[in-house]
Design a binder for this molecule. Structure first.
Ligand SMILES: Nc1ncnc2c1ncn2[C@@H]1O[C@H](COP(=O)(O)OP(=O)(O)OP(=O)(O)O)[C@@H](O)[C@H]1O
Length: 457
């Protein structure tokens, strides 16, 4: 039951407020007669879900109390109770962030309505903050369409088990997010979630990354290094783009899956690891097996619990919601006033076929927040999206930027990002080949792609 603290020096009014709150049967209410008493309760960690505060108290005034709590960022959701003579204090209290004010004499309905609204508003705000934090950290799986609901149900079933999971889905559908979900739904949620992208790291480094080494194992090995298997002990190891792992390494992986032991490079002893494997691929492992580049025995070991993420074009019902979320997110992140979205834009987005899936939609939202008008309208959209064509060769430069000006640095970074994305797509994310085309070092390309936030799409 929500706890309410009533701070009112007038005994009769305090008793009256407490009476209405307690009688409603919905709240636990306690009263104190001064800001000092309230302060000592808060200092003891007895923080109420809501504070009802008289703005004119005998000792320290209500406004000073609010100001102090606000400065310490310890102001609970608050409603002030004020009289006619205290209008300026009330205005100041509202400016400081209190939720509402109730005028004396306090009517029962007004009191209960304001309390309920304030608690609802606070709950919603906390939820939004939590969702925003999870979205920023990239662990929020959005979508309420039927296929997404089904997928979330499956995740909820698969998560708590110890079974190995193989996630399939086109690029940008959210495979990493789903892997994260499975981890958080598991008994290992408090353990580490460690990930490695088998396509983006050079083969010789992957082995070192996964298994680690002992000092002297090779020329540069100056100290012992634990591999990701050891780091993921007690948690989950997410092997992204498993289809790109070379055959030699697949054999080593298979051995770990069979006996739960890893050996660092150059070491003579095995170490036991307790790791749950979640793997993902956008390629057909069956085809790779047919071509002889993927081991069938490994496939069977990994594919205990398959999860299929449908492409975005099959989840039309999610498109508008995702776009609204992402634009709101990027507005907040860039300190831009929340932009509206013209209904015609949503219609066009629903018709488009999203070859780069959610990642493409997210990138578009970011661009339109920075470059588009308010509300975001159809003439802000790239022409291929308007035509409903999935021409991945257009992007930032194809946008109608309507003379919107930005720092050259930002423009250059965005162009570089899109160009690198384009070349990577063309080489099917073969970094070696892309680096050759761009005439740069592969490691530099990899670093650059990381810094610019280039991902598959
Ligand atoms: N349902 C979703 N809700 C919120 N964000 C999503 C969702 N699906 C994907 N994203 C976002 O889209 C981007 C791509 O997602 P993710 O990296 O998980 O895709 P992926 O399938 O692993 O891609 P790849 O195959 O290229 O590795 C990320 O920024 C992710 O946060």
């Amino acid at each position: 039951m929500p706890q309410i603290l009533v701070v009112e020096d007038h005994d009769k009014i305090r008793a009256n407020l407490l009476f209405h709150l307690q009688k409603s049967g919905r709240y636990e209410a306690t009263g104190v007669a001064s800001a000092e008493e309230a302060e000592s309760r808060l200092a003891q960690g007895r923080v109420p879900d809501l504070m009802l505060l008289d703005i004119r108290l005998g000792g320290k005034s209500g406004v000073d109390f609010i100001r102090e709590l606000d400065a310490k960022q310890r102001l609970p959701p608050t409603i002030v109770v004020s009289g006619e003579a205290s209008i300026s204090e009330t205005v100041e209290a509202l400016r400081l962030g209190v939720y509402d004010f109730i005028e004396k004499p306090v009517s029962r309905e007004r009191l209960l309505r304001s309390v309920r609204n304030c608690l609802d508003h606070h709950a919603l705000k906390s939820k939004l903050v939590e969702l925003e934090a999870r979205l920023s950290e990239g662990s929020l799986l959005l979508g309420d369409s039927l296929p997404m609901k089904r997928l979330k149900d499956q995740c909820a079933k698969v998560g708590p088990t110890e079974g190995r999971v193989l996630i399939r889905g086109e690029s940008g559908t959210g495979k990493e997010l789903v892997a994260n979900w499975v981890h958080r739904a598991s008994k290992r949620a408090d353990g580490p979630f460690v990930k490695i992208n088998c396509a983006a790291i050079p083969m010789n480094l992957i082995e070192d990354e996964l298994f680690g080494h002992v000092r002297g194992a090779f020329t540069d090995a100056r100290t012992d290094k634990a591999g990701l298997f050891e780091l993921a002990h007690g948690g989950t190891l997410f092997l992204d783009e498993i289809g790109d792992m070379e055959l030699g390494l697949q054999a080593r992986l298979l051995r770990v899956l069979e006996d739960g032991q890893v050996r660092r490079l150059g070491d003579t002893r095995d170490r036991r690891v307790d790791v749950r494997i979640v793997a993902a691929t956008h390629r057909s492992l069956e085809e790779l097996i047919g071509e002889g580049t993927f081991r069938e025995d490994l496939y069977f070991r990994l594919n205990t619990l398959p999860l299929e993420i449908p492409p975005l074009r099959q989840r039309g019902d999610d498109i508008a919601m995702l776009f609204t979320w992402f634009t709101a997110h990027y507005c907040r992140r860039n300190g831009i006033r929340q932009k509206g979205v013209a209904p015609a834009v949503t219609d066009i987005l629903k018709r488009y076929h999203w070859p780069g899936n959610v990642r493409e939609l997210k990138n578009l939202a970011e661009r339109l927040v920075i470059l588009g008008g308010d509300p975001i309208d159809t003439d802000d959209l790239p022409s291929d999206i308007i035509r409903g064509e999935s021409n991945l060769e257009t992007g930032f430069l194809a946008l109608n930027i309507n003379n919107r000006i930005m720092p050259l640095r930002q423009f250059r970074a965005q162009c570089e990002k899109e160009y690198i994305e384009r070349i990577l797509r063309r080489t099917d994310y073969n970094y070696t080949e892309a680096a050759k085309l761009l005439e740069i070092q592969r490691t530099y390309l990899y670093q650059k792609a990381q810094t610019l936030g280039v991902r598959k799409g």
